[in-house]
Design a binder for this molecule. Structure first.
Ligand SMILES: [Zn+2]
Length: 145
């Protein structure tokens, strides 16, 4: 393989120069690729022709979208989309982490949302009425366990 000046270059060098200035792989593109793979596998078990056709079209769309993201030269826009995707992903992860912790601590702690700053507080589970002081905003509120 030769470059535009006639010098011999390896395939790896050619690929690096082709990808220069392009977005490349990112979390959103990887998610689209993984979703494509999962849907392709699921599609193998679908017996309905119409449903299978819809999933196939969705798969092609995801594949095209992930390649579009990788090869896009508008890195600023792709980065912005990826950040929005990551922010949603963080919220989903935080939600499941909180749900898991609530379940794990269900016998020893209660989780309460501060009425003022909306932060979630983890408090020892003691029966009775208490006054809670939020460590974040110093707001005091009544709590009955
Ligand atoms: Zn608070």
């Amino acid at each position: 393989m030769k470059d535009r000046y006639g010098r011999k270059i390896s395939f790896k060098e050619k690929l690096i120069s082709f990808m220069y200035g392009r977005n490349g792989a990112d979390a959103l593109g990887n998610f689209a690729l993984i979703l494509y793979l999962v849907l392709s596998i699921v599609n193998g078990f679908i017996t309905s022709l119409v449903a299978s056709l819809i999933i196939s079209l969705l798969c092609y769309g995801l594949l095209i979208y992930s390649f579009f993201r990788m090869l896009s030269r508008n890195v600023t826009a792709r980065r912005r989309e990826n950040q929005a995707f990551c922010s949603v992903g963080r919220k989903v992860r935080d939600f499941f982490r909180l749900a898991r912790n609530k379940w794990k601590d269900r016998k020893t702690h209660v989780y309460v949302k501060c009425p003022s700053c909306k932060n979630t507080l983890r408090l020892p589970k003691q029966k009775g009425e208490h006054t809670v002081k939020c460590p974040c905003c110093s707001e005091r509120f009544a709590l009955k366990v």
